[in-house]
Ligand binder design. Structure first.
Ligand SMILES: [Zn+2]
Ligand SMILES: [Zn+2]
Length: 884
């Protein structure tokens, strides 16, 4: 029962974090009966370390998971991490560069070995951090996207999709990063607005001396690869050019004028240059018109031999030369400033180069149709629901998914190229010979798969697929996914497509999209702004529970989550408040030698058998009734992912009901009896229940106190597997709530009066309490408690109050205190001010309630509430101003 004076979470949090894991409490049992609740973690990058966004995500998941576990559900939270192809490769390459090495010289195998080495050394940072923060996942089922099992799933999916015709190899315009040497998906390209230029270039028309067409371009160096110019079929200005050719300046090449919608008559001169090898729209126009593709920029961003005398130059240098030469030749009509959206590699910020290359693609349309239908028919539900709109928009316009990456770190594509006949063999196992020409000269494709290809299989590959495991049978589909909106397309949509295709069912029933953590000014947190909050620093400072509570309090669905030092500070004070309440309870249990209490039943909370009868102390009946109502609301809030509401309800209950009133009332009975009354078992039962109610939000504090509260046997060994309090109708006690309500009202009145008169709280005052309602009887019953809590001596008068200067009123009571003359003046001034304010409030309400338009618009209950308030103000005004 010993309990330290000060709440120091640093002293016990690491202990429980480790103990939870050692005790196997979070290990799921696929043979256990009961309702299933399963969830896979959005796998953090293996390169990562925990940031505050992770902590928010993990806290929300953890609250939900702990809640399900306590409700007795067969609960699995599967953790793991992603190999994060490009990110990891870059980290290791940077390390190699420091040692003066590079991967090309090392060779593929040695490099891969080096990455695995790196992973063994640094790859479990996030895991260690998560363990420390007590996230209740099943570490025995931890997975990594490059695990042998998951790699087998990747190969299985690739081969099956290929055989079904849903994976193909094709020439395509890809976003190429000349730095990272890889194709980037559209989603990996970051666009930013920059001030560029629009160069207007004149191309002479062949056969019509003196006739030119002028094209405008933001990238003049690409003109070296033009293979046509286009005019719009409806543009009468150029109808005479149909079928003609123009002469490409600098290259002295004859190129056709094509007629195509690519040219917009309203843009510039209405003529556009066509460079099929370096622009996606031109690439497609080139396909329509069978134009040759001349690649003038290579994968390093340098000019190719096809660029003639510019060959070998960097693309930017080539631009300067091309512009200078065009000007010298008199082909540059004009240059203007032009704002443009520049695509850069999301990783290294190098401007991307659209290049044609041969890549592997997934034909997404057939997959997307099913994944769209799953949301349309409600088999997958988004929370908040408006995210489904964003999802649909993307799915309806989905393009084929380029899945090959020119990296070494990742799942190598299971395709082999015959060096003799160029046959491509896609297979589960390395083939021995070419099925077409029998050659044994086979080389595996050098590309690896997009990281999102393997994480797209995460909900079933982690459960053992392609084997039909018990885990898979039990836990797929998962119940819920909690993730950020930034990976809705990268990840959520891909999981939906692949899950439905390979499992025949959706990968998750619900998707809760959480918000972003922002600072006090609602600014994004970023290293450059210097406003980031390191979860490990703040959890060390305030305790993990306090940071969790601070995050949860702001976590209303569909909003940004503001996290500030003040919020964490006050959450720590909240934890401290509970700690102090526990200290008081424990010390008194000890003083009166009460045996540690063993809960009767943990399925639902169970106070002392005779507790909640009318014979029980009124404050016990009251606290159980309040606790019951809190349990009802918190259950509902967690069920609906209204974490902020759950946090506020718990906060209010513990602080403003349990600590401020219940414990204070108990202290009084204590003084009287100089020891514990029999009803004390109820007090402990209420506290124990409240701890369980709080556990999902503040797991460490609650485990620490719960373990001290009860003996070792005949109960679950951890609060994390004790039953979660549920609503029980028989515990609702309106009579007790009404009575304690009256007590609270009078004490609050007296405290307010005292504060307004600026009196020392220690100075005992005399006073009179007037009421002409039966509420006075309740006041009489609790007079001793009221007098003690408010430090007053009261005379109760069953009559209307006379006019007095130092007076406070509610609808049922008038309280007059004998305040010394000196303070009365201050009190009178304050009352005058209050009178003014009441008058204003009354005026405002009357104006609003007289407004027909407002009455037509406002909901009935709002209007009703306003009418009540108005009546209340009027009573108060009359009493107060009458007294003056
Ligand atoms: Zn790059
Ligand atoms: Zn062959």
């Amino acid at each position: 029962m010993q309990i330290e004076k000060v709440y120091e979470p640093q002293r016990f949090e690491p202990h429980w974090a480790q103990w939870w894991i050692d005790s196997g409490l979070f290990r799921a049992d696929n043979k256990a009966p009961g309702r299933v609740f399963s969830l896979v973690i959005p796998p953090p990058n293996v390169t990562g370390s925990l940031h505050i966004g992770h902590m928010l995500e993990h806290t929300e998941i953890d609250v939900t998971v702990r809640w399900h576990r306590m409700r007795g559900d067969n609960t699995l939270w599967l953790p793991g991490s992603d190999h994060a192809g490009i990110a990891t490769q870059m980290v290791v390459e940077r390390k190699l560069a420091e040692e003066g090495l590079n991967r090309i010289d090392m060779g593929r195998e040695a490099f891969e070995a080096r990455v695995w080495e790196w992973k063994a050394q640094y790859g479990d940072t996030i895991k260690r951090q998560m363990v420390r923060l007590g996230t209740s996942c099943d570490w025995s089922r931890e997975r990594f996207t490059l695990d042998p099992g998951l790699s087998r799933a990747v190969r299985e999916v690739f081969v099956r999709l290929y055989e079904k015709g849903l994976i193909y190899r094709g020439e395509y315009m890809v976003n190429w990063c000349p730095r990272c040497h890889t194709a980037l998906s559209d989603l990996e390209v970051a666009h930013s607005d920059v001030q560029g230029h629009l160069w207007h270039i004149r191309y002479p028309v062949n056969g019509i001396p003196g006739r030119y067409v002028t094209v405008a371009t933001t990238r003049p160096e690409t003109m070296l690869g033009d293979t046509a110019v286009a005019v719009n079929p409806k543009d009468a200005r150029y109808s005479d050019l149909h079928g003609r050719t123009v002469q490409l300046p600098l290259m002295d090449r004859e190129i056709p004028v094509i007629v195509d919608d690519l040219a917009d008559p309203a843009f510039g001169t209405g003529v556009v240059k066509v460079t099929p090898a370096h622009d996606l729209n031109d690439f497609e126009a080139g396909r329509r018109h069978n134009l040759p593709k001349i690649q003038v920029i290579d994968e390093n961003g340098a000019m190719t031999a096809a660029a003639g005398k510019y060959a070998g130059l960097d693309r930017m240098e080539a631009r300067r030369r091309v512009v200078a030469d065009l000007e010298a030749a008199g082909n540059l009509a004009k240059v203007e400033e032009y704002p443009l959206s520049l695509g850069k590699c999301d990783r290294c910020k190098t401007p991307v180069e659209p290049l044609i290359s041969t890549q592997w693609f997934v034909k997404t349309k057939p997959l997307a149709e099913k994944a769209t239908a799953a949301v349309e028919t409600g088999r997958i539900e988004f929370v908040p629901p408006n995210w489904s709109k964003t999802y649909f928009e993307w799915m309806y316009n989905i393009r084929d998914w380029c899945i090959s990456r020119q990296l070494w770190w990742g799942h190598r594509i299971p395709a082999w190229h015959c060096q003799e006949c160029h046959e491509i063999i896609v297979a589960y196992e390395t083939p021995k010979a070419c099925p077409r020409c029998a050659s044994s000269k086979l080389e595996q494709d050098t590309d690896v798969l997009d990281t999102w290809f393997s994480s797209g299989l995460w909900p079933f590959s982690t459960l053992g697929w392609p084997d039909q495991t018990e885990d898979l049978a039990k836990y797929y589909p998962t119940s819920l996914l909690i993730t950020g909106f930034d990976i809705l397309f990268f990840w959520v949509a891909r999981m939906a497509m692949l899950g439905i295709e390979f499992m025949g069912d959706v990968p998750f029933r619900q998707v809760y999209i959480h918000g972003l953590v922002r600072d006090a000014e609602r600014q994004k947190m970023s290293k450059t702004r210097g406003n980031t909050i390191d979860p490990l620093v703040v959890t060390e400072k305030y305790g993990t529970d306090a940071v969790r509570m601070a995050l949860l309090q702001g976590a209303a669905p569909g909003t940004v989550i503001v996290l500030t030092e003040e919020r964490m500070e006050s959450s720590r004070a909240f934890a401290n408040k509970i700690w102090n309440a526990a200290r008081f309870l424990f010390l008194n249990m000890e003083r009166s030698a009460v045996t540690p209490w063993v809960p009767e039943s943990l399925e639902t909370f169970q106070p002392d058998p005779d507790a909640v009868t009318l014979a029980a102390p009124i404050e016990d009946r009251w606290i159980f009734s309040r606790l019951n109502s809190c349990a009802e609301q918190v259950n509902r809030a967690i069920e609906q992912y209204r974490y902020h509401e759950a946090a506020q309800l718990l906060w209010h209950f513990f602080w403003h009901e349990f600590c401020d009133w219940y414990v204070e009332l108990k202290k009084l009975t204590f003084k009287e009896n100089s020891g514990l009354t029999p009803g004390w078992r109820n007090t402990l039962a209420a506290f124990e229940t409240a701890l369980r109610l709080l556990h999902p939000a503040m797991p460490f504090l609650t485990e620490e106190l719960w373990q001290r509260l009860a003996t070792a046997d005949c109960r679950p060994k951890s609060i994390s597997v004790a039953g979660y309090p549920q609503y029980r109708q028989e515990l609702t006690d309106f009579a007790a709530e009404r009575e304690i309500g009256i007590l609270q009202e009078i004490v609050t009145l007296a405290r307010t009066l005292r504060a307004e008169a600026k009196l020392d709280p220690k100075q005992r005052l005399d006073g009179k309490l007037y009421s002409r309602t039966p509420a006075l009887d309740a006041a009489r019953v609790h007079l001793a408690a009221i007098e003690s809590l408010a430090n007053v001596k009261l005379e109760l008068v069953a009559d209307a109050a006379p006019k007095a200067a130092v007076m406070r009123s509610t609808a049922e009571f008038d309280l007059i205190l004998d305040v010394p003359q000196a303070q009365q003046e201050a009190q009178r001034k304050r009352a005058e001010k209050e009178c003014e304010q009441l008058k204003k409030n009354i005026g405002n309400l009357e104006r609003q309630l007289g407004d027909e338009k407002f009455l037509g618009r406002a909901p009935a209950d709002v209007v009703e509430g306003m009418r009540k308030k108005l009546a209340d103000y009027k009573v108060q005004h009359e009493k107060l101003c009458g007294a003056l």
